[in-house]
Ligand binder design. Structure first.
Ligand code: RP5
Length: 164
């Protein structure tokens, strides 16, 4: 199976990024985690990204806050799919990072999840890998089915209580 690269701009992003790591662990999907900054270590971010496809990665998650250029800078150096997580780490409540991550110019896409949306970033990464991995596809589908069943059970409990 291809690996997922999880890159964050600072170790201060880790409390959010851990939700992505936990989700990847839950599905036994191989991953590597790194701290590379578009601003503070641009050369390391670039060299990791340029060798990522040959190193067996299938998708890259990039989390950053404030003037969040990390996902875009990574996307500039690979044609692997890049998922951006805007991190809420400033006085602007993450809106700065959201706009910096999502508003990519034409030609260099970044699939951006919600502010602090680390779990969805991991799920989307695995859905991308699952297009060529039928076992992972089946496990993701089973989780969706279980989540639907749980909501239907809650609906039934609410209906039994209020809709007589
Ligand atoms: C961004 O600046 C990082 O991704 C982090 O969200 C934010 C603050 O970084 P630190 O000053 O906490 O290292 O580059």
């Amino acid at each position: 199976m291809k690996k997922v690269a999880v890159i964050m701009g600072s170790d201060s992003d880790l409390p959010v990024v851990e939700k992505a790591i936990d989700t990847l662990k839950q599905y036994d999907v191989p991953f590597e985690v790194h701290v590379y900054s578009a601003h503070r270590t641009p050369e390391e971010a670039k060299s990791f990204t340029q060798s990522a496809a040959d190193a067996g990665f299938g998708v890259i998650i990039a989390a950053a806050g404030k003037a969040a250029h990390l996902a875009g800078a990574i996307a500039a150096n690979t044609v692997l799919p890049v998922i951006g997580i805007p991190i809420k780490s400033s006085t602007l409540d993450g809106l700065d990072a959201l706009l910096s991550t999502v508003q990519m110019p034409s030609g260099i896409p970044v699939a951006t999840v919600a502010i602090d949306g680390a779990q969805n970033a991991a799920l989307l990464a695995m859905q991308i890998l699952a297009t060529s991995d039928s076992d992972l596809y089946a496990r993701l589908k089973a989780s969706r089915d279980a989540a639907s069943k749980s909501v239907l059970e809650k609906d039934k409990a609410i209906c039994d209580k209020y809709n007589k």
